[in-house]
Design a protein around this ligand. Structure first.
Ligand code: GLN
Length: 447
């Protein structure tokens, strides 16, 4: 704990933590020491972690890196975090992220961007940017983030670490601030696949507080990391031919596929006809869900309240206009539009149908093949400010991560070297739903 506290202080310019729980972490460490001496310690004893600022932790501030939740403190601890605490994890602090997890660069945070340790003029990725840099820069051993359309995998790729999103519903969302509820999933940012497996094993499973959490039994993932000798692996032809895919990322993926082939695995190019529809479908559905989820922040129930309101209507309007940043407002407007009476069928209903097609085709490929391998991102970490003005370019950069989110299947990004400038490259792997033990064993074998 002292080691990490010292690092956090020395590297505070990275802006990864919004708050550090120094004294509490020290007290937790002492309690764990006593349990270790007594032989009663849990399986995460001594693991020092950070929490993305979207996870409820009783009596601690929680604000999704948004002005609108200023002063809000959580009244309870979410299920995943509680399960980690029950296994004696040590929580060192609360981590910066994009506002309401909307973004891919951590630049939408009310608290400013997180800096990539490799080049502090470059972004961390997002939305779990603080969580990724905290692991990259050795400010904690592991971070718990959330992934709606790539938010643990993309920053992990930009920071050279492992980012893992389990199957939708594998981990309870109770205590996770909602962005788009049919996509949101808690995920992990770690240095190793082993740590991802261990954290999943503790957090996953049925939960009385989230009726959508899966009832499926939870395998002992951390004991199941031995890969099979032969896998069938597919890669989507079009992803590799995508204009805008950085050639160094392309060759990193090709290099991995070649070595898998050399090891005797079957590696095939496959067709997936919906690549161009992925990002539009994702943004129509997630903004629709977000516009509904975020209606609860109205100045009455939580956090910030506009001081100059004159009546209830103006209280809502002023609080939301002052409290939400521009990206969140843009998405609420877009989501409200696609749900409006005149446009609902043209956009929302159609996007639901396209999502179904994407899911069915993805599931079919993942029955034919054990895994799909693809780049995590089209580029390496870009400069802070570079894409900020071009919203569409920023959205299009999610092209490779949203497939797993639309289909609800698990996906992991593992480090695969760097480009010529030394910036990390991530390669992503998808498996069928609830096949995490196979996905993790495979991911471990290629790292
Ligand atoms: N970049 C995507 C978005 O802005 C993903 C964010 C996320 O997974 N929370 O929606």
């Amino acid at each position: 704990v002292e080691y990490y506290l010292d690092n956090i202080q020395r590297k505070s310019h990275l802006n990864a933590f919004l708050e550090v729980f120094a004294d509490e972490a020290r007290a937790q460490a002492e309690a764990v020491d006593a349990k270790l001496a007594a032989g009663t310690a849990g399986k995460l004893a001594g693991m020092v972690i950070g929490l993305k600022d979207v996870l409820a932790y009783k009596d601690h501030a929680l604000q999704s890196s948004s002005h609108i939740l200023d002063g809000f403190r959580s009244l309870y601890t979410g299920s995943a975090v509680q399960r980690l605490l029950d296994e004696d994890v040590i929580i060192i602090g609360r981590q910066n992220c994009d506002e309401f997890a909307m973004g891919a660069s951590n630049e939408t945070s009310y608290f400013g961007p997180v800096r990539n340790e490799i080049d502090p003029e470059r972004v961390s990725g997002g939305s779990s940017g603080g969580s990724a840099v905290a692991v990259q820069a050795d400010l904690c051993l592991a971070s718990i983030g959330s992934d709606t359309g790539g938010s643990v995998r993309q920053p992990a790729a930009f920071c050279g670490i492992v980012g893992f999103k389990p199957t939708y519903s594998r981990i309870s969302r109770y205590g996770l601030i909602a962005y788009a509820s049919s996509f949101d999933q808690i995920g992990t940012l770690t240095r190793s696949v082993e740590d991802a497996a261990l954290l999943l094993e503790v957090m996953a499973g049925a939960d009385d507080f989230d009726s959508t959490a899966s009832q499926q039994p939870v395998p002992a993932y951390s004991n199941l990391l031995t890969p099979a000798p032969h896998y069938r692996i597919g890669y989507i032809r079009d992803t590799m031919e995508r204009p805008g895919l950085n050639p160094e990322i392309k060759s990193a993926v090709e290099g991995m596929l070649d070595s898998l082939r050399d090891q005797g695995h079957v590696v095939d190019a496959v067709d997936f006809p919906y690549l161009d529809f992925m990002v539009p479908t994702y943004y129509i559905l997630t903004t629709a869900e977000a516009s509904s989820n975020l209606s609860r922040f109205d100045g009455v129930k939580y956090g910030y309240r506009a001081p100059d309101a004159t009546d209830l209507e103006s209280l809502y309007k002023k609080t939301r206009a002052q409290g939400f940043g521009p990206e969140v407002q843009r998405r609420i407007l877009l989501g409200t539009f696609v749900l409006s009476a005149n446009y609902y069928d043209a956009y929302y209903t159609k996007a639901q149908r396209v999502r179904r097609l994407i899911k069915e085709k993805t599931d079919e490929l993942l029955r034919q093949y054990d895994f799909l391998v693809l780049p995590t991102t089209p580029t390496t970490a870009f400069r802070i400010g570079e894409n900020e003005k071009d919203t569409l370019a920023m959205y299009l950069a999610d092209i490779f991560t949203v497939q797993a989110s639309l289909a609800g299947v698990p996906a992991i990004s593992v480090p695969a070297g760097t480009d010529a400038a030394g910036l990390p490259i991530g390669v992503q792997m998808l498996s069928g739903a609830f096949r995490e033990e196979h996905l993790l064993a495979f991911a471990k074998s290629v790292t």
